[in-house]
Each structure stands twice: as structure tokens, then as C-alpha cells.
Design a protein around this ligand. Structure first.
Ligand code: FES
Ligand SMILES: [Fe+2]
Length: 324
């Protein structure tokens, strides 16, 4: 038995920032416990397929090339569309039935490319909403980003937002105030405020109010009001059931084209936010999930969070269709 009993949850997962995938190019990715290929066709639309060709098993993302709105296998040149169907075989008169690869719904939102994953192949039942800051000229229209590979599961990361006492012990926000939370159908929202140490600021501290929304287990954003107004969008994409690729992107309300000095000061503030996030990692990487935790009255709504999170877990239904 591994450290986490959850499996890979149903949900939207961040795969790349839009600018990382040029038109008519492909990226090989190891995510969601599988080998995948992400490609952008001539029309600009992004697609995600399982990587291994149904013919003789070559990896489409390694040496494959995008031709129009298809990806062409490097081995014998079969071409697959974004829907996973084989569209052409250069040396055959007839395409064999069943010549297809599993494809995944993809959505590009707020400068990010997401894919929907459901172990049994069910369609998305919620959307990734647009964030107004992305197109607002008062905000830097560029994600300042960091990434990490963390030995944990997204469910454990999500639990952090409502784990009130850890804000003091791990993040050094003494007596965090304004604590609120709400569990909705596909998102849970939380809020916490307080004073946190901030070496990049002259005062050495930052009075902050954080408001977070977690959409499923794979994606969250945090609006933080403090010295700066920021939006921190975090993708938590499983590599496998025990390892998560974390990408944190930060937008700041510093205008579209700040002066070099203003930008540098903001970048220092963002680096501090990355340190804030990293403070949790040693705990996450070494803890194990407790199915029946021993809780006390000062703890956050851990049980409520877990009831909410369970709706995204793969169904234990043994009759679920098996994957190709
Ligand atoms: S292995 Fe892909 S075309 Fe032959
Ligand atoms: Fe934390």
C-alpha cells in the first residue's frame, strides 16, 4: 500500500502555459500515470492524446510531427486527429477499424492549457472559469511562474487551505484571522488573513488577506491582497499516484508594462511567495495520509474537506470501462 489511497482524481489538470506550445508543435508529457502527447494543430487548437501509437507502439511525442491538425507518428507515418482517430496511413488503401488513440478534452483558459481526466472516460462536469485579471490592463499580462515535482497527492495539497493551525507553525502567520470557508459542488473557497513576514518589503512584513478557490483537486487560485494585489494560480497535476507536478503562476496588479525597477521589486515579492509555498513541501513529502485522523477543536474543517474531495475520486465501480 502506498502513502496515498486516492488514485488519480477526476478533474481539470494544468499541462502547460499556452505560450509553451507553439502552433504546429508537440510536447511529450508524463502525467496522470501515463505517457501523453500534447500538440497544437495549424488551427491553433490544442489536443491531448495517449502517446503510444496503436500500430507498433512508437511514441508520437518523440520525433512525431504535427501536420495540419493531425499528429504524424514518426515510425510509419500514420496520422491521428485531436479526437484520437487515425485520419490517414500513407501506404495503406484502408484504415483498419479501431485505429484510434485515447484522447482527452482540452481547454485553454487564462493563458493555460488544461486537460480533463476521468479514469473511466466520463465527460467534464464542470468548467475552468475565466479570471478577469488575465485580460485586465491594470495587471501584468504574464504569469511569473515556478515549478516543482513534489512527492505528494493533490488531495493533500488542497487540504492545506483549510488547515488553520499550520498557517502559524509552517507559514509564520501568527493567529490567522478572518477564517472562512465554503464547500460548493466543484469548488471550495476559503479565506484567511493575518500578518506574514516579508523580507522583500521595507517594513519586513505584509498584512495580507488570502481568498482561495480550489476547482476540483487539480487547480486552484488565490487572490491575495497585501503590499501587492496578486492572483496566484496553481496547477497540481499528478505524474503518478504519489508524485505531483506543481506549477505556480503569479499575476500582479502592476500594470501591463511596469518600469524595470517596479518589475524587479514585484519579482522579489513573487520569489517570496514561492518560498511560502515551499515551506509545506517537507511535511507533504514525508507525511502519510491518515484515513481517520485524530482531530481537536482548533483544527480546520478537515472532515468536511475530505467529504467534498471524495466526489472527485475514481469510482470503485468494477464495471467501469477499461482504458485502451
Ligand atoms: S508505430 Fe506508429 S505508425 Fe507504426
Ligand atoms: Fe501551507
Amino acid at each position: 500500500m502506498g502513502r496515498f489511497p486516492f488514485g488519480i482524481a477526476r478533474g481539470w489538470y494544468l499541462l502547460a502555459y499556452g505560450e509553451e506550445l507553439a502552433r504546429e508543435s508537440a510536447l511529450p508529457l508524463e502525467r496522470l500515470g501515463r505517457s501523453l502527447v500534447l500538440f497544437r494543430g495549424a488551427s491553433g487548437e490544442a489536443h491531448l492524446l495517449d502517446a503510444h501509437c496503436p500500430h507498433l507502439g512508437a511514441h508520437l511525442g518523440i520525433g512525431g510531427r504535427v501536420a495540419g491538425n493531425t499528429i504524424q507518428c514518426p515510425f510509419h507515418g500514420w496520422r491521428f486527429g485531436g479526437d484520437g482517430d487515425c485520419k490517414a496511413i500513407p501506404y495503406a488503401k484502408r484504415i483498419p477499424s479501431g485505429a484510434r488513440i485515447r484522447s482527452y478534452p482540452v481547454a485553454e483558459r487564462n493563458g493555460m492549457i488544461f486537460a480533463w481526466y476521468d479514469a473511466a472516460g466520463a465527460a467534464p462536469d464542470f468548467e475552468i472559469p475565466l479570471v478577469a485579471e488575465w485580460d485586465d490592463p491594470e495587471w501584468l499580462g504574464e504569469w511569473l511562474s515556478c515549478e516543482w515535482t513534489v512527492r505528494t497527492h493533490p488531495q493533500e495539497m488542497g487540504e492545506n487551505g483549510i488547515d488553520w493551525p499550520h498557517f502559524e507553525t509552517i507559514h509564520r502567520i501568527p493567529a490567522p484571522a478572518d477564517r472562512r470557508w465554503e464547500f460548493r459542488d466543484h469548488a471550495y473557497c476559503w479565506q484567511v488573513g493575518g500578518t506574514k513576514p516579508a523580507a522583500s518589503l521595507e517594513s519586513g512584513q505584509d498584512e495580507i488577506l488570502m481568498y482561495g478557490e480550489n476547482w476540483g483537486l487539480g487547480y486552484s487560485w488565490l487572490r491575495q491582497r497585501g503590499h501587492y494585489e496578486t492572483l496566484v494560480a496553481t496547477g497540481m497535476t499528478p505524474i503518478d499516484e504519489e508524485t505531483t507536478h506543481v506549477r505556480m503562476g503569479v499575476l500582479g496588479r502592476i500594470g501591463r508594462s511596469p518600469s524595470p525597477a517596479a518589475r524587479a521589486a514585484f519579482e522579489a515579492y513573487v520569489r517570496e511567495h514561492a518560498l511560502f509555498a515551499e515551506a509545506d513541501f517537507p511535511i507533504w513529502e514525508n507525511k502519510r495520509s491518515r484515513e481517520r485522523p485524530l482531530l481537536c477543536d482548533g483544527d480546520g474543517p478537515i472532515a468536511e474537506y475530505r467529504r467534498w474531495a471524495a466526489r472527485f475520486h475514481p469510482s470503485p465501480n468494477p464495471g467501469a470501462p477499461t482504458e485502451a
